[in-house]
Design a protein around this ligand. Structure first.
Ligand code: ADP
Length: 650
């Protein structure tokens, strides 16, 4: 049977600046399974370096190391991590327990990196073995030094290692605790476990079975007092590198991430601010515009979808040509697809009743005749009407009748007082025959409005041949486009436009207005998205910054995790998860903020925001991306730390 540890002619040299320290010179030693070896010598003689090499935490510059007969020179990082995880248990002078963590959880830690799942029962058994069965729930800061070191021993035992490597395990302890810990270690050796401890304390070394003395990087003496019974060891195969991540490891990493974030609440809160604002801006815009879209589409009844609107063409170099009665007549004659043609005029005028007066819109608006409403072709839609609408007859007779909205009624009469009373528009008296519910927006600003028959408006009130627009109602939405073409051709002909001249009027369908709205929204989005992008960039840099701080703060923890069998990938993922969790918290709060803002905006624009699953998915996907993007470098730095240097980091 080959020796468990077989070190042949290894050397290790450290170079720091102009200094060259030969920490190990041509050292050879074999250790059999079941031995209890102490490495003794003055400080700086190379004891720890030798221990680290034997424990796979470090590699020699020259020489060979066989472990249970297997050469170890060409093992990769993942394989070494697996060996540390399954075959070696480490104990350190300064315990290296996780802060604010129970004894049990500390002992569970190495099991996370085996990929086999953690067993609380096993952890408890190991704690009992070191006499701490009753302290499992105590946190590391509630235990004495000796108890802490015994927890560390239990942690070293939990994966059933072949050998325990202890570096000055009693160095930080008082005399009583030293005895306590040594008794536990001796017990373990009596049960057949191999132990190698580094010490400079003769009293400690005298309790071991074999004392190896070192000086200036070389072994100067090697005395055995007790030898293990030969032939106890079985053949050992080295474990393979672990691939992927076990669920228990993932759970542990999430726990660590939340703990890290929670233990720095203020810092974390400030860190996620940038993400929160960026995501909030995007979400509020998305929900508002989605709400607008939904509102518009739902308001686009069959009737609106069938409507073609002719209006003056604004902008451009030429003077705006008004829409006239002549146009109205031309369309009535030249658009056979038109089911109905309605002229629209609206002006802001003084409206009064008795002593009270106000300014408000006076308009004919769309087809408001009772007949139209009855046919379902009126523009009243779902608005509630008390009283009645004017009739076609009243229109022809230029009757002085008016329908007022709730705002106007309230201003001039008070609630419920308008019906059958008189109002004056431009000092012409009108009888109120109907009161209509406010439309969206009107109610909000309390905008007064009165509707009067078209002929009354044109001939008696406005005295103009100019129209605001002409509405052409096609028989169905499908015919709207064709009606639009007919209207364009008719108007071009009646305006005598040359073949190559542009239209001097606008003809739009509901579809076209939706498209226009989308265009405007897209331009607005671009502005908001750029602001959000800057905020997210700043947020991302904040995340990166805090992650770098976090990595530095937890350097020793990283060293410990590696010593306990954590792979580079485990460390990388752990910090990536932390960055992503931070970003997701920011993103989640951002969604809440954005939705809140959109609801606040609801009270101004009266459009309920719509929070789609796509929007939420986008926010969280984006946050994850930022977390991974900006967390990668800090995580990589953590993953690439040298375990020994990390453990020594002050
Ligand atoms: P011991 O454990 O016996 O006190 P070490 O094995 O820790 O000794 O160190 C042996 C020598 O190597 C010492 O002189 C120490 O200063 C040097 N040494 C150890 N680690 C490093 C390092 N990372 N960089 C430079 N010198 C080191």
């Amino acid at each position: 049977m080959p020796p468990l540890i077989d070190v042949r002619n290894i050397s290790k040299t450290y170079e720091t600046g102009s200094f060259r320290v030969e920490a190990l010179r041509n050292v050879s030693i074999t250790i059999d399974a079941g031995e209890f070896v102490s490495l003794v010598g003055p400080s700086g003689s190379g004891k720890s370096t030798l221990l680290h090499i034997m424990g796979f935490l470090d590699k020699p510059d020259a020489g060979e190391y066989f472990f249970a007969g297997h050469p170890t020179a060409n093992l990769g990082e993942g394989r070494l991590a697996a060996i540390r995880s399954r075959m070696v248990g480490f104990i350190f002078q300064s315990f290296h327990l996780l802060k604010r963590t129970t004894a049990k959880d500390n002992v569970l830690l190495p099991m996370v990196y085996t990929g086999l799942g953690a067993s609380a029962a096993k952890a408890l058994k190991c704690l009992e073995l070191v006499g701490l069965g009753d302290r499992a729930r105590h946190k590391s800061n509630e235990l004495s030094g000796g108890q802490c070191q015994r927890v560390a021993i239990a942690r070293a035992l939990v994966n059933d290692p072949l050998v325990i490597m202890a570096d000055e395990p009693t160095g930080n302890l008082d005399a009583v605790s030293r005895q306590e810990v040594m008794r536990v270690l001796k017990d373990l050796n009596d049960r057949g476990l191999t132990l190698v401890i580094v010490t400079h304390d003769e009293e400690i070394s005298s309790m071991t079975g074999r004392v190896v003395r070192m000086k200036d990087g070389a072994i100067v003496s090697d005395e055995s007092r007790r030898r293990p019974a030969p032939g106890g060891a079985a053949a050992v195969t080295l474990p393979e590198a672990r691939l992927g991540f076990s669920p228990s490891e993932f759970a542990e990493q999430l726990k660590v991430a939340f703990k890290a974030i929670w233990s720095h609440k203020m810092r974390s809160a400030l860190t996620v601010l940038g993400i929160l604002i960026g995501v909030g801006a995007i979400i509020s815009l998305m929900t508002i515009s989605e709400g607008f879209m939904k509102d518009m589409l739902s308001a686009t009844s069959e009737e609106t979808a069938s409507t073609v609107v002719v209006s003056p063409r604004y902008g451009g170099s030429k003077k705006t040509r008004p829409v006239t009665f002549a146009d109205l007549e031309a369309i009535k004659a030249g658009v056979p697809l038109a089911d109905k043609v309605t002229p629209v005029i609206s002006r802001v005028l003084k409206i009064s009743a008795g002593e009270k007066n106000t300014r408000g819109s006076v308009g004919t608006d769309e087809g408001f005749s009772q007949e139209d409403q009855k046919r379902g072709k009126g523009s009243l839609g779902k608005l509630k009407l008390t009283g009645r609408f004017f009739t076609t007859e009243e229109n022809l007779n230029r009757a002085r009748v008016a329908v007022v909205n709730a705002s106007l009624e309230e201003k001039l009469f008070g609630k419920g007082g308008a019906l059958s009373n008189e109002i004056r528009i431009n000092d012409i008296t009108f009888l109120v025959i109907g009161v209509m519910e406010n439309r969206k927006g009107e109610g909000l600003v309390g905008w007064p409005r009165a509707y009067i028959p078209f002929n009354t408006a044109a001939k008696r009130v406005f005295g103009t041949s100019r129209l605001d627009s002409i509405e052409i109602l096609a028989a169905s939405p499908g015919e709207a486009e064709e009606a639009r073409v007919q209207a364009i051709n008719t108007l071009r002909a009646s305006h005598n436009l040359r073949e190559d001249a542009e239209n001097d009027f606008d003809v739009s369908t509901a579809e076209a207005s939706i498209k226009l709205f989308k265009d405007v929204m897209n331009k607005l989005s671009l502005a908001v998205y750029s602001i959000a992008a800057i905020s997210l960039l700043v947020g991302g840099i904040g995340i990166m910054n805090i992650m770098l701080v976090s990595v530095t703060e937890r350097t020793r923890e990283i060293g410990l995790r590696k010593a306990l069998g954590g792979r580079n990938a485990d460390i990388l993922i752990q910090f990536l998860i932390e960055a992503v969790v931070l970003c997701l918290i920011g993103g989640g709060l951002g969604v809440a903020l954005g939705f809140g803002l959109a609801w606040a905006a609801y009270f101004v624009i009266k459009v309920p925001p719509t929070l789609g699953a796509g929007t939420i998915a986008f926010a969280f996907g984006f946050s994850t991306l930022i977390g991974v993007g900006f967390g990668f470098w800090p995580a990589l730095r953590a993953a690439m730390l040298d375990p020994i240097e990390a453990l020594r980091y002050e």
